[in-house]
Design a protein around this ligand. Structure first.
Ligand SMILES: Nc1nc2c(c(=O)[nH]1)N[C@H]1C(S)=C(S)[C@@H](COP(=O)(O)OP(=O)(O)OC[C@H]3O[C@@H](n4cnc5c(=O)[nH]c(N)nc54)[C@H](O)[C@@H]3O)O[C@H]1N2
Ligand SMILES: Nc1nc2c(c(=O)[nH]1)N[C@H]1C(S)=C(S)[C@@H](COP(=O)(O)OP(=O)(O)OC[C@H]3O[C@@H](n4cnc5c(=O)[nH]c(N)nc54)[C@H](O)[C@@H]3O)O[C@H]1N2
Ligand SMILES: [Mo]
Length: 833
């Protein structure tokens, strides 16, 4: 056993392995200082909730408190490993500032109340509005961080009970493009790949995905292959020099917003050089002629010019991909939140279809998820999707769902497309939505153009309900705040990006009167008096396991089929991949084996959309295009981004994450080791831009767009020239004062010289979304940057271990020290079995 500073070494020790071998076990364990594993009273099964990787772990409990975590050796996903956010993030559960009682607004202030008063207000206002203005005045905005059982219940209440079309999740900001890209290419959501593809691939291509920081354990798996014999070649497409880029065989750093040109050029090269599996394509796909016509216009020289990357690198990347024997690809926010998101992401599917690289070991495409339970928001229908990947525009799917719910098909609103999150905000702004129930998300920090969002959410005529663990920036604006229990304090299941389902069990009691989201939703449904068509309660369950059993029936026969799973089975050594049925009781490692897609017209989830206009296509057009349910090669031409650099705003601004924080920091900001590693916002600029502008490390800059300003110290990093990068984690919440900024103005005190108000990246971002997926474009805007003051010698508060690594100078390395020590036990193959 070794002890390692896992802030300084986020990926831990290497356990190299060769192609086709099993990934060695390494069990990571972090307990409160002074405790040994033998001191722990109980180990309670769970998985990580601060990213989408689904790393299995046990929660250590002593005297009724969470005192640490340990990775689960036998789990297929992580083989015992955990990332820094998991190793330290659990401490937030016991934070002294957790919400412990419901709050209601009285005379303009939030005051504590009892549950009955709070719920009566929530249900009462819903009922009033349903009577006065109908279901279209009621909206739900949820998350990718609750459990499957909770989403299924919420989806039923909203779609089947209240009958509103205004239901979405923050998954719209996160994985809407993943879902859309999969629907466009394969007719249906659902990830073809498996994490074990890492063990077999000879080429791994990462498109706008900083996996090293955002799925640290998946990167550990890749690192262990890279350090083994037969390492895979890596292709990285990212405008920053991320840890992935540093290990890449080819790193393409395109101008933000030009992904589609690059991908069209890569496909141009595949076609041109005969790197296409014609037999596979002929048998299993439609659309080749159209795709060829489009990519013919994108020779590598065009990509070199538009994306500003060396032409030989484009050719080299195409050659690596084109000659791969087993290609694995991943796609994430550098594509999903960038210009022409769906069109670009779909081209990655096209590469796999063209190369016949689907459904066998090493040949997966992962249109990644970000949040731990985003997959479930989508499959259980708590966003703009219907439960079980059913098709909104297929009457027999609606009838089937109505049967499961024992309601009339006409009770499920499906006359128009569901309202996406940004449109929900627009309707709130316009006043047609008067009630918004927000669960597990913090839109006052995470949505684009925050000044607008704040004004929308603070309107008097809006009744805003916020269900959270903390008094967040959003909760500050609410009419009712409901204190929720979270991970470790409630039971439920969730599914990672490679379809692995984990059970997360209750380990400790929630603080004060906080309740599981499921309990609150069930209570809400009963108070609304929601009934099925026979007059029985619409929501027929109250425990998580009952909800899971109900969900199993809803999923039966659909691609995300859970019917063969039970809680008992999930208590086994490893998570289980869906589909899991009577015929496949241990789950299914890869779907779409032998080109068996779920794209047949009567089976598919979507008839597709025009990727430029977003207009949905109809059933007849789809049947004509794809009568036999093959994969669809969809193509699109490049269009320039709407907001391009100008004399006034000469830079391109991109935003994203750092390894040590999760989103708006409600959990990671309350874990001392994580908070210390990245305490405050910074802005990254390239060496050449800094030299030209005369900026040096730690100088305070003001970054501005037409929407707002952020003040931050500059880190001279490996970002490409002409691009500025801002992490989006830092809202108004101030770790030292606990202030969430409700009392507007520069109230946050000293943050490197700037008031807390101007540090949220989303003050700057633009209200714009991808036409097909409706995902906001957080990654392509024009910005200016000006010097506010010279550094007093203080460097930017940015980690040195990650993409924000300084290019020169003498910045002190990011370390966690004693308090970040983690035990690692590298297993033998015996322990592994
Ligand atoms: N540490 C940490 N891990 C997380 C999270 C977290 O908050 N913190 N959040 C989780 C969630 S919900 C998500 S969605 C994922 C996100 O995971 P990622 O998508 O990996 O993270 P991001 O930092 O948003 O963006 C990835 C990269 O996109 C690049 N990029 C920006 N613009 C462009 C572009 O135009 N083209 C290309 N090719 N690349 C571009 C950025 O430089 C950045 O390195 O992470 C999950 N894991
Ligand atoms: N500029 C910019 N903006 C972005 C992004 C970007 O890259 N750049 N990324 C976008 C992406 S991909 C995402 S996913 C979003 C994330 O944006 P948010 O969803 O707003 O971020 P979180 O901080 O994760 O908010 C989750 C909230 O849920 C609460 N919570 C946690 N567990 C529970 C629970 O069990 N029950 C309840 N009721 N509440 C709980 C937490 O305390 C927290 O307040 O941000 C998006 N915004
Ligand atoms: Mo996300």
């Amino acid at each position: 056993m070794t002890s390692i500073d896992r802030i300084a070494e986020p990926w831990g020790s290497r356990t190299p392995y060769a192609v086709g071998e099993p990934w060695p076990v390494r069990v990571d364990c972090r307990l409160e200082d002074g405790l040994a594993e033998s001191d722990v009273d109980a180990w309670v099964q769970s998985a990580s909730l601060l990213h989408s990787n689904g790393d299995a772990m046990d929660i250590a409990v002593k005297d009724g408190r969470i005192v640490g975590v340990r990775g689960r050796a036998g789990d297929r996903v992580n083989h015992g490993r955990l990332g820094p956010k998991d190793l330290f993030g659990w401490q937030a559960n016991a934070s002294a500032d957790r919400l412990t009682r419901p709050l209601v607004r009285r005379d303009g202030r939030l005051v504590e109340t009892d549950w009955d008063t709070a719920m009566a207000a929530v249900a009462g206002r819903t009922t009033e509005l349903l009577e006065e203005r109908g279901p279209s005045s009621v909206a739900f905005y949820t998350t990718g961080q609750l459990f499957l059982e909770e989403y299924y219940t919420l989806g039923l209440i909203a779609h089947g009970g209240i009958g509103t079309i205004h239901v979405d999740g923050n998954t719209r900001l996160c994985t809407a493009t993943a879902a859309e890209a999969l629907k466009q290419s394969f007719g249906c959501d659902g990830q073809p790949g498996s994490y074990t593809d890492v063990d077999h691939a000879d080429v791994i291509a990462l498109f706008g995905h900083n996996v090293a920081e955002t799925q640290t354990v998946l990167w550990s798996r890749m690192l262990d292959r890279l350090d083994g014999v037969d390492p895979p070649r890596l292709v990285c497409v990212d405008p920053r020099r991320t840890p992935v880029a540093e290990r890449a065989t080819v790193h393409l750093a395109p101008r933000p917003g030009t992904n589609l040109v690059l991908l069209n050029a890569l496909i141009h090269e595949l076609v041109e050089n005969g790197w296409v599996d014609t037999a596979y394509v002929e048998k299993h796909a439609v659309g080749l002629a159209d795709l060829e016509k489009v990519v013919a216009k994108y020779p590598p020289e065009r990509a070199a010019e538009v994306c500003d990357v060396p032409v030989e690198d484009v050719r080299e990347a195409a050659r690596v991909i084109g000659t791969a024997e087993r290609l694995m690809s991943t796609v994430l926010q550098g594509f999903y939140q960038s210009h022409q998101a769906t069109a670009a992401s779909v081209q990655v599917n096209n590469i796999h279809i063209l190369r016949g690289m689907l459904g066998r070991p090493g040949c997966g495409v992962l249109q990644m998820n970000g949040q731990p339970t985003a997959e479930n928001t989508r499959e259980a229908g708590a966003d703009g999707d219907l439960p079980g990947f059913r098709n909104w525009h297929n009457e027999s799917h609606i009838a089937e769902l109505a049967k499961v719910w024992n309601i009339e098909p006409t009770d499920i609103p499906h006359w128009t497309s569901p309202t996406h999150a940004m449109q929900i905000m627009r309707y709130v702004e316009d006043g047609s939505i008067r009630f918004l129930y927000v669960t597990g998300t913090n839109p006052a920090v995470s949505l684009p153009e925050l000044e607008r969002i704040r004004s929308i959410l603070s309107q008097d005529r809006l009744f805003l309900v916020v269900q959270d663990l903390f008094l967040t920036e959003t909760a500050e604006l609410a009419d009712v705040v409901l204190p929720a229990a979270t991970w470790g304090e409630k039971t439920g299941t969730f599914t990672n990006v490679d379809r692995t389902v984990h059970l997360s069990e209750k380990a400790v009691e929630p603080p004060g009167e906080a309740r599981p989201d499921l309990d609150i939703l069930v209570d809400y449904a009963h108070r609304l008096g929601l009934r099925d068509k026979d007059g029985a309660p619409l929501v027929k369950w109250s425990t998580p396991e009952e909800a899971f059993e109900a969900w199993k029936e809803c999923s039966r026969g659909r691609p995300c089929d859970y019917s063969g799973m039970t809680y008992e089975k999930l208590r086994g050594p490893s998570g289980i991949q869906w589909p899991c049925t009577e015929d496949a009781p241990d789950g299914t490692e890869r779907i779409y084996v032998d080109g068996a897609f779920r794209a047949a017209p009567d089976d598919c989830e979507s008839y597709g959309k025009d990727m430029v206009t977003g207009a949905p296509e109809d059933a007849d057009a789809y049947k004509a295009l794809n009568p036999e349910g093959r994969a669809i090669l969809r193509s699109a031409d490049y269009l320039p981004p709407h907001e391009l650099p100008s004399a006034e705003y000469p830079y391109q601004l991109i935003t994203g994450r750092t390894l040590y924080h999760f989103h708006t920091r409600t959990k990671t900001g309350r874990a001392p080791q994580l908070a210390a590693a990245a305490p405050e916002v910074w802005v990254e600029a390239s060496e050449r831009d800094a030299a030209r502008e005369g900026w040096s490390e730690g100088d305070v800059l003001r970054v501005a767009t037409p929407r707002g300003e952020v003040t931050a110290r500059v880190r001279v990093s490996g970002v490409r020239d002409g691009v500025l990068f801002l992490p989006f984690h830092y809202g108004y919440w101030d770790r030292d004062t606990g202030d969430t900024g409700a009392s507007a103005g520069g109230n946050g005190g000293e943050n490197g010289g700037q008031p807390a108000r101007d540090r949220a990246a989303n003050e700057l971002t633009i209200t714009e979304w991808d036409p097909a997926s409706k995902q906001p474009i957080f990654k392509t805007a024009a910005a200016s940057a000006t010097l506010v003051s010279r550094t007093d010698g203080t460097p930017a508060p940015a980690p040195t271990t990650t993409a924000s690594r300084p290019v020169g100078g003498s910045v002190q390395a990011t370390r966690g020290g004693e308090s970040a020590a983690v035990d690692e036990r590298i297993g033998t193959s015996e322990e592994e079995s």
